[in-house]
Design a protein around this ligand. Structure first.
Ligand SMILES: [Zn+2]
Ligand SMILES: [Zn+2]
Length: 299
């Protein structure tokens, strides 16, 4: 049985059939959540269910993605949640931005999906990772928050640029774009998140620039050797490998000027293995960086 989520105040609520999907406090054994409605009181959120096994089914929105957490962390460094509330205009603006991002999963409860309260709570989640904060912070944040924190805490400039690039890039991708599903199932989501991964890959599929890059390298060096490891498909696979190599777009999207057109010079020739490894590194290594890292690793 699927019931749509609804709000009920404690006076007209059967507590035995209710459970909130987000709990930030408890009174006795009963979890409660603050009311978003104008009354600002305490109410219980009606759960769906029960399912076939008799369990209460609570509508859950998809977990925060890397893209979303990058935007939230960027805001965290500008807006201290301790000194503000969910009505802060920047928090409200981020809520709107997140709702406009191409959807990353099935939304179970649209009324709460990345709403200002949720954004505010996410900023509070980051408090627990902030060494300058000595209070308790809000527990219950996900593992990915910690990962993103570690990746960006020492480089707020890169964080800001990445957040701006995600916001700008989001306008180029529509909800339901098949690339979103591909990135979400592949393990290859880049450090900068799904939106920038999609845009990076689109640049790497630019047929004209890729063809020209390979032709330029062939003319100059007579072979298409990987710039990381020297692997040459033609040497290993004979005629089957002739003319084959992958092209990696070397300009990080957060560093790219608006309106930048893909050019052959933007690419590096790489083998399929190292191309994958570069995309897997977080933050993403440059071609030189990957070569150096592998030299050290193999010593
Ligand atoms: Zn690449
Ligand atoms: Zn290689």
């Amino acid at each position: 049985m699927m019931l749509s989520p609804s709000h009920g105040h404690s006076t007209d609520t059967d507590f035995t059939s209710l459970r909130p999907s987000t709990c930030i406090a408890k009174i006795g054994h009963r979890p409660i959540i603050p009311c978003n409605l104008p009354c600002r009181g305490i109410h219980f959120r009606r759960a769906r269910g029960p399912d076939n096994n008799g369990r209460i089914v609570v509508p859950r929105n998809p977990p925060w993605t890397r893209d979303e957490l990058i935007l939230a962390l960027d805001l965290f460094f500008r807006v201290n949640p301790l000194h503000t509330s969910k009505t802060n205009p920047d928090i409200v603006a981020l809520s709107k931005t997140l709702n406009k991002l191409p959807a990353q999963g099935r939304i179970a409860d649209a009324s709460r999906y990345r709403n200002p309260n949720g954004v505010y709570m996410k900023l509070c989640n980051f408090l627990r990772l902030d060494p300058s904060y000595h209070g308790k912070g809000l527990t219950g944040g996900g593992k990915l928050e910690e990962v993103i924190w570690k990746e960006f805490e020492g480089d707020q400039d890169r964080l800001g640029k990445t957040a701006e690039a995600i916001k700008a890039g989001a306008t180029e991708i529509k909800s339901g774009d098949p690339d979103i599903a591909v990135i979400a199932t592949e393990e290859g989501e880049f450090a900068e998140g799904r939106i920038l991964t999609i845009l990076h890959k689109r640049r790497e599929r630019h047929p004209d620039a890729v063809r020209k890059k390979k032709a330029m390298v062939m003319k100059e060096k007579g072979r298409l050797a990987c710039e990381v490891c020297g692997f040459d498909f033609a040497v290993m696979y004979g005629s089957l490998g002739n003319g084959f190599a992958e092209c990696h777009h070397t300009i990080p999207l957060p560093e790219m000027k608006t309106g930048h057109k893909t050019k052959p010079e933007d690419f590096a020739i790489v083998c399929a293995n190292y191309h994958r490894m570069i995309h897997r590194s977080k933050p993403m290594l440059s071609v030189d960086g990957m070569r150096e890292a592998m030299k050290k690793f193999n010593q």
